[in-house]
Design a protein around this ligand. Structure first.
Ligand code: ADP
Ligand code: MG
Length: 212
């Protein structure tokens, strides 16, 4: 048995592709899947059933590239549906699963499966989305990719919700609800709050220095 108890020469891996909406995560996932298929490896693709924006049983990119996928309602359903012969498991919109997805992908990788995931690293408030922080921590490889800021054309790392009054973290939508933005044009908390936080921190660090 090799590392992680896998067969000699067969070692699984965990890959994460993350970034804001429109950054090309799904395109990249599909690119990796196509290459594995060219190498004649058995691939299974999953997506959370909640994401039915374009299609129930396909993963579809904003540039209309698509590939068939199995919708699942939970992380453990992925484990139940993966065949023994599957070499590569791809999961799109992985941020919609709960924390148990980390255990599931670890189990698959230990069995020698290459797991490729694509998901939003941050929600519309710029905070880690669902299980993404854990997945980024356990991944063997992480690619953080950028979109283009719709305001200034700079690389965009944030997903901006056009109507901030909609406060639920999960609100499935498209260009009707979201835009890719750079940090300067994604003012999640409002200018006043930013300034307040800055002065509180400044005063804190001043009083700490005085106490030294
Ligand atoms: P993601 O899965 O990260 O949301 P997709 O792979 O579905 O992204 O789509 C990426 C494609 O979205 C790009 O190739 C481009 O055609 C299109 N696109 C639309 N708006 C933008 C934007 N603001 N920045 C970059 N690409 C964009
Ligand atoms: Mg996508």
């Amino acid at each position: 048995m090799g590392l992680f108890g896998t067969m000699p020469g067969i070692s699984g891996s965990i890959e994460v592709v993350c970034g804001p909406m429109f950054s090309g995560k799904t395109e990249e996932l599909i690119r990796r899947v196509k290459r594995a298929q060219i190498a004649r490896q058995k691939v299974q693709i999953f997506k959370p059933a909640i994401d039915n924006r374009y299609h129930e049983t396909e993963v579809v990119s904003h540039s209309s590239i698509s590939t068939p996928a199995t919708p699942v309602n939970s992380a453990v359903e992925i484990l139940q549906k993966v065949f023994d012969s599957t070499r590569v498991v791809a999961i799109d919109e992985v941020q919609f699963f709960d924390e148990s997805i980390s255990i599931v992908v670890e189990k698959l990788a230990r069995r020698g499966v290459r797991v490729i995931m694509a998901g939003l690293d941050q929600d519309f408030k710029g905070l880690p989305f669902g299980p993404m922080a854990s997945l980024l921590a356990i991944a063997d490889s992480v690619d953080k990719i950028h979109a283009i800021c719709t305001v200034c054309g700079a690389p965009a790392t944030k997903t901006f919700r056009k109507n901030p009054k909609e406060s639920a973290q999960v609100l499935v939508g498209e260009t009707d609800l979201y835009e890719a933005r750079c940090r300067s044009h994604a003012d999640f908390f409002g200018e006043d709050q930013d300034q307040l936080a800055f002065f509180v921190n400044l005063n804190d660090s001043r009083s700490k220095t005085q106490n030294l």
